[in-house]
Write a new protein. Sequence first.
Length: 431
Amino acid sequence: MRNHHRFDTALGPHVLLADASRIYALSPGIASAFDEAAAAGEHQAESVLAAAGLYAEPRMGATSLSANPPLRSISLAVAQSCNLGCTYCYAQQGGFGKAPATMPADVARAAIDRLITHANPGERVQIAYLGGEPLANRALVREATEYAVALARAQGVRVAFAMTTNGTLLRPDDGDFFARHKFAVTVSLDGTQAQHDAQRAFANGEGSYRRIIDRLRPLLARADLDIAARVTVTPANLDLAAALQDLGRLGFGSVGFSPMLSSPTGAGQLQAADLRTLLDQMIACGELFLRRVIAGDPLPFENMRSALREIHRGTHRPYPCGAGAGYVGVAADGAFSACHRFVGDEAGVMGSVAHGIDQVAQTRWLAERAVDRQEPCRSCWARYLCGGGCHHEVIHRGRPACDYIRGWLDFCLRAYVVLLDAKPAYFEALT
């Protein structure tokens, strides 16, 4: 059904109202009547719920964001180059298919000016440093950060910082810098040492895991740093439970799995059989997470934490992320793109630091990419939880992962009901 999703747990039958982002527990009688009516059509099933008083006004409908939303987040590709040779890399070893490039300081300052001077006092903006490998241009990261801090203070704007790094160039003094400016740092690590080294080697073929861990240990030991691990999942590292527990033992506060659905060469892309295995693995990790939370010893499984948080808050989205709306990627040459994955890609051109957001391109993007205007999304019960999938992946590969996404969200809905009953205190910090 398009607007309802029925699911069961040990606590009984439930239903999600998709366009209200609301979950109802059903009595056995109402559940039976609903299921019987659903065989005749969704409208009839909805009437059963309405007669029982289980109704909520639609919140979304076929809507998209208003034209020209304010810019509140940017990513700076400060170094379009990399010292690793990951074959699946969306950035094609950092250069996005072109010669390596380094962002000049004036481009970084101009992008930061665009972000901060157009924000209202008290508002929060975010700057992320990406690449390639951003620490290959450490000097600009530090200069741009100090510039942004000073400008934000003068404007009365709050600014947050983030970085995604491969970890091979980290130094102890980076920890002091990250802590001083409250960076959220994400390190790309593809699981256990064997899993990681098979996928993320140096250009000469040497594995990178040992060097990364050696450089990370001083940072992971600090209580004043927020360090997350991001695991790119390919057919070669589908043992997620081993990766989750190994990275958790190392001290990461967050471990997230990101399926490889679209790479420039096709290398590492998950196929149908891989996605079925991925779903089984994610659910196994989720079940382990539930047991550990209930026992008072939670795992840092970010996919699960994020899903539970969004379900609890009733998050409702017409897009999968802020790409091309409140967020743009900035290339080394100052070109704006819908996000960091679209650097150098005509499909996501969005203006430049010199001329600002291309409002015609942005308006067209927001109209075309809204989930209710996508097929088969508009007929899917999960559309407002999913948002339609990563724009870059959908544009370049389509939607091979819809069954996986629905399966994962179905599990998360059931897990939410169980955890809310067994450990309501878990959600107190999320309200």
